[in-house]
Design a protein around this ligand. Structure first.
Ligand code: NAD
Ligand code: TYD
Length: 358
């Protein structure tokens, strides 16, 4: 692979930090700069193992800060951006959508503009790439018998989060068509794995089992998501950066569509097997149905044919193998997640779940 000088935005978050670790393992000679604002979801400890590496640099800053971007792009001679930085939690976008517009829409626009100017000032080199990591939620909700999303499924976002990601996808697309900036977009399904912030379904369920707290399942628990192991996602992103065609979008899925209630039951069964001395056993006794999320999409599913046929990628973990890896990681890294259960997080949790039982 040609040597890249890579800027990873949001690299202290869940998927970004997994991507950075995988990348530096596979291409240790890359200059890799992480730009991250360290919001509640960003955690520099996720990158601790790389802090001594002289090819690695961490910069705390906002993707909306244009002068910082200009300085970084020039100083580091960045030719490739992997853009993960975002507000990423649907429930928080319902409580307060403004930050989602600031980062996901305006921040992505600012980053695109800075990168376009840098690319043009270098006389538009062909090897430059802007990889935008997006979500299947931009396509809206599927009915049970609908075929899964393809790259040509019309956009129909239903939450402020999904709408803000859709807006950013459109901007990225427009920069390719209008200016010729070599952009790539990926739309993936629900990721899971190590370093996943406790507010999301899989870590929340695992942690609540370890703490003996109720396991909140929204509505009737019949909503379906496709689950993608984060390591598989990162290998797909590396391939898209290397072989993807600028201007194209690629759907990335895990081939693991499952109902929420069945997923929670799988986690309970695995924790009964893996966790010693659980406070409540069997863990399934903690399952509690709670009031549904407003506008809750019923089903997401991904048709992964394009990336398989064009780039030769398919996921290697099943939900059973990926979940086992994930739960073992949470059992072995208790310090990591206990640290994140801060007073701010407890206040969020209280606001989200208090008096919500059906
Ligand atoms: P995350 O919330 O764990 O991490 C986001 C990171 O971005 C954090 O480190 C945060 O500090 C940083 N950040 C937020 N605002 C910023 C700003 N203004 N400037 C600089 N940094 C900022 O998110 P994640 O789950 O790792 O998701 C990464 C990307 O993948 C997002 O773009 C998300 O929309 C997309 N995605 C996630 C999933 C999923 O299941 N987690 C699925 C599909 C797509
Ligand atoms: P989440 O991890 O928030 O991802 P997304 O909303 O982006 O798909 O939620 C996954 C599914 O789990 C979603 O259908 C909402 C549901 N859910 C619960 O049932 N209980 C919970 O406490 C959470 C956080 C999510």
């Amino acid at each position: 692979m040609r040597q890249k000088r890579l800027l990873v935005t949001g690299g202290a978050g869940f998927i970004g930090s997994n991507f950075v670790h995988n990348w530096m393992k596979n291409y240790p000679d890359t200059r890799l700069v992480v730009l991250d604002a360290l919001t509640y979801a960003g955690n520099r400890a996720n990158l601790a193992k790389l802090e001594e590496d002289e090819n690695f640099r961490f910069v705390k800053g906002d993707i909306g800060d244009r002068s910082l971007l200009d300085q970084l792009l020039e100083e580091e001679k960045i030719d490739t951006i992997a853009h993960f930085a975002a507000e990423s939690h649907v429930d928080r976008s319902i409580l307060g959508p403004e930050a989602f517009i600031h980062t996901n829409v305006v921040g992505t626009f600012t980053l695109l503009e800075a990168f376009r100017q840098s690319w043009e000032s270098q006389k538009k080199p062909e090897n430059y790439r802007f990889l935008h990591i997006s979500t299947d939620e931009v396509f809206g909700s599927l009915a049970p018998e609908d075929p899964p999303f393809t790259e040509t499924t019309p956009y129909a976002p239903n939450s402020p989060y999904a709408a803000s990601k859709a807006g950013s996808d459109h901007l990225v697309r427009a920069y390719y068509h209008t200016y010729g900036l070599p952009t790539l977009i990926t739309n993936c399904s629900n990721n899971y794995g190590p370093y996943h912030f406790p507010e999301k379904l899989i870590p929340l369920t695992c942690i609540n089992i370890l703490l003996g707290k109720p396991l909140p399942v929204y509505g009737d628990g019949q909503n379906i998501r496709d689950w993608l192991y984060v390591g598989d996602h990162c290998s797909a992103l590396e391939l898209v950066l290397e072989k993807g065609e600028p201007g194209q979008t690629y759907n990335i899925g895990g081939n693991n569509e499952v109902k929420n209630i069945d997923l929670v039951k799988m986690i309970c069964a695995l924790m009964d097997e893996l966790g010693a001395n659980l406070p409540v056993s069997p863990a399934g006794d903690l399952i509690t149905f709670v009031k549904d999320r407003p506008g809750h999409d019923r089903r997401y599913g991904i048709n992964g044919s394009k990336i398989k046929q064009e780039l030769g990628w398919k996921p290697s973990e099943t939900l059973a193998t990926g979940l086992r890896l994930t739960l073992e990681w949470y059992l072995n890294n208790r310090d990591w997640w206990e640290h994140l259960l801060s007073p701010e997080y407890q206040a969020y949790y209280h606001k989200m779940y208090q008096n919500r039982e059906l």
